[in-house]
Design a protein around this ligand. Structure first.
Ligand SMILES: Cc1ncc(COP(=O)(O)O)c(C=O)c1O
Length: 461
């Protein structure tokens, strides 16, 4: 039964039991930190950041029950009690009996793709996350993004902008199914603005894959946030619990990869789960090679306990209502002041449209990087550039093709910041936008050959 909510204010459904100091720096300190870090926010020390919205991955706060679970973690090398608790939690949720723990999501991806992909294959996804794309490409396969058209337009409103383009999937499975060893859908679609995928879209993908005998895997990092959007937006799901919706989502898939650093509510961990026993056996053999024995997979027993408990807590309705509302609250405050953000607001982050806000900066001078730097300089809030620094394509002749969007992502760690922190973030962004015209562009003066955004050095132009 849905609980009645009479009051407008949706409170954090927890009280704070242990606190961590944050740095309150002045403008001069932040300017110095930026210069030392060559205007790359990854180069800042965390102690120089007041509100850290770099990522929602592994940065959340664990509950007292999770910490208590850690105290009873069983560190046996083989057959740990904590593994069986973890396995039961994953099985209950996914209905998948083959459960393989990994140290984080990308390890699950690497193991799965090493087993499934070959040179020249194609993997369709709504939008690949960057580690997923890199792991597909590392096997010599093509990572193909086929999100619906609305999912590529920041201003387009659609309740499920993470949906896969079924026409394109049908074409691919019709013409080239022999080159498609697996179809993936990312819930929610992180690289596409944290946008959800509808149950009907998942069902259609599942049926199309089954028709062609192609396995369908979910990249399930934010499955609970996706389930909440389905409950709020998809007819027929209003009365279902997030857990019921999540189990229905998983029932449509043959397997999943998962980073427990998101909707596992843990600081580290992940898993690969599936129904196919023989594929799982092959994956376990690889797991032993690089991650560890199949009952711990690179994690401590206490991590397995924290994840098992986190998977129960994350589907709590009060938690999800607060979680999704907190993200929308931040976006609404900024939108009311005329700051353009990706619409509608996604689950875990607010994405500011820097191309629109800093229209005087051409894409080859990285408007989203410029905005992210300035938001830090003004108020010590760290977001991340998701634009041409991260996704610009560099040709063989050194010319650069800009990314389709120039966004600054403000990702909200789970259960970590309060409403006043969000008010502060909105105020900092609004003040920054007040002098948008004076914000300079940047040029890259040093960069690595791949994943350059982590270490590139910049200079204001
Ligand atoms: C959609 C998605 N897939 C995969 C990953 C990779 O997970 P991890 O960082 O645990 O390796 C992430 C992490 O941010 C993600 O957002």
């Amino acid at each position: 039964m849905t609980k009645p909510h009479h009051f407008r204010t949706i409170i954090e459904p927890f009280r704070i039991h242990s606190v961590e100091e944050i740095a309150l720096t002045d403008l001069e300190q932040r300017q110095g930190a930026l210069e030392r870090a060559h205007y790359n926010l990854f180069g800042l020390h965390a102690d120089e950041v007041t509100i850290d919205l770099l990522t929602d991955s592994g940065t959340g706060s664990m509950s007292s029950k999770q910490w208590a679970g850690m105290m009873v973690g069983d560190e046996s090398y083989a057959g740990s009690r904590s593994f069986y608790r973890f396995k039961e939690a994953v099985e209950d949720l996914t209905g998948m009996s083959e459960v393989i723990p990994t140290h984080q999501g990308r390890a699950a991806e690497r193991i799965l793709f090493t087993e499934m992909l070959a040179d020249g294959d194609v993997v369709p996804n709504n939008t690949h996350f960057d580690t997923t794309r890199a792991n597909v490409e590392y096997q010599g396969a093509e990572a193909l993004d086929i999100v619906i058209e609305e999912g590529r337009d920041p201003a387009a409103t659609h309740p499920f902008k993470g949906n896969m383009d079924l026409g394109r999937l049908g074409q691919l499975l019709g013409d080239e199914s022999s080159r498609v060893p697996v179809v993936m859908v990312t819930v929610t679609n992180n690289s596409g603005g944290g946008q959800p995928v509808s149950m009907s879209n998942l069902r259609a993908v599942s049926e199309m894959c089954a028709g062609r005998g192609v396995p369908f895997f979910l990249d399930a990092c934010r499955f609970a946030e996706n389930a909440w959007f389905i409950k709020m937006r998809e007819p027929g799901y209003e009365e279902k619990t997030p857990f019921e919706i999540a189990t229905e989502m998983f029932s449509l898939a043959d397997g999943c990869t998962f980073s427990a650093k998101k909707d596992g509510l843990a600081n580290i961990g992940g898993f690969l789960a599936m129904r196919d026993h023989s594929l799982a056996e092959r994956c376990r053999n690889l797991l032993i090679l690089t991650e560890g024995f199949p009952t711990y997979g690179g994690l401590a027993g206490y991590d397995l306990e924290a994840i098992a408990q986190g998977l129960h807590e994350v589907v709590d309705e009060d938690y999800l209502r607060y979680r999704i509302r907190a993200t929308a609250y931040l976006a609404e405050k900024m939108n009311a002041a005329g700051i353009p953000t990706v619409q509608p607001t996604g689950g875990h982050a607010v994405y500011i449209d820097a191309k629109k806000l800093l229209s005087h900066i051409p894409q080859n001078r990285y408007p989203a990087q410029a905005l992210a730097v300035e938001v830090y300089r003004v108020g010590g809030v760290r977001g991340v550039e998701i634009g041409s620094v991260m996704f610009g394509k560099i040709g063989d002749d050194g010319t650069e093709q800009p990314a389709p969007m120039e966004l600054v992502r403000l990702a909200i760690p789970r259960r970590t910041y309060t409403q006043s922190h969000m008010d502060y973030v909105a105020e900092v962004v609004i003040e920054t936008a007040g002098h948008a015209r004076d914000i300079p562009g940047y040029r890259i003066v040093e960069q690595a050959p791949w994943l350059r955004h982590f270490t590139a050095r910049f200079e204001p132009v």
